[in-house]
Design a protein around this ligand. Structure first.
Ligand code: HEC
Length: 159
């Protein structure tokens, strides 16, 4: 019985993975649509950058630590991370768009989803650290978020 349950769970899990992978990428239908999708995803990354900038400065001691501001920005980063899967779904790799996104994004959907999830988890941890008002913990958690940005860029973004 135990074995059967396990097998069913394994089948259910593998089915979910297949669904997640196939629903991830949707080829753009035209150059125009590809350009629009590119603009929208870059908007999210610009907002991520704008919210991360001050946090990096605080972590490096170049700006005074402000736990409230950290909580605000970490919350935004967390919310933006939740939009990434949707806004990255359109595969623009067949079109001539101005982008630093590597085609791998749409070929390795599972790996890419994991990179998004890492940002969601790290930004949630930063919200918790900010609430604690413990400067050491906050700096460490900012570093944790930065690592997930850099990790995804290493794998999925042109230099
Ligand atoms: C899951 C992968 C992933 C994560 C996580 C990620 N990025 Fe990126 N980022 C990309 C990709 C891919 C691009 C290139 C997008 C394009 O050019 O179409 C990009 C582009 C950017 C850009 C340039 C935007 C522009 O077009 O001007 C900035 C800034 C940026 N990311 C900042 C960040 C910051 C800060 C974080 C963490 C808080 C982060 N990213 C997390 C994948 C990621």
């Amino acid at each position: 019985m135990k074995f059967i349950t396990k097998s069913i769970l394994a089948i259910a899990a593998s089915t979910t993975l297949v669904v997640a992978t196939t629903s991830m990428a949707q080829p753009a239908s035209s150059e125009k649509q590809a350009a629009k999708a590119t603009e929208l995803r870059q908007s999210i990354f610009k907002l991520l950058g704008s919210n991360m900038g001050p946090l990096g400065a605080m972590a490096k001691g170049k700006a005074p630590m402000n736990a409230e501001a950290v909580e605000t920005n970490a919350t935004r980063i967390n919310q933006l991370s939740l939009m990434l899967a949707d806004y990255m779904r359109t595969d623009t790799s067949k079109f001539d768009v101005k982008t630093e996104a590597l085609p791998k994004i749409w070929q390795e959907a599972e790996h890419f989803s994991k990179a998004i999830e890492n940002l969601t988890t790290a930004s949630a941890a930063l919200v918790v650290a900010a609430k604690s008002n413990d400067e050491g913990a906050i700096k460490k958690a900012i570093g944790g978020v930065g690592k997930t940005c850099g990790g995804c860029h290493d794998d999925f973004k042109k230099d």
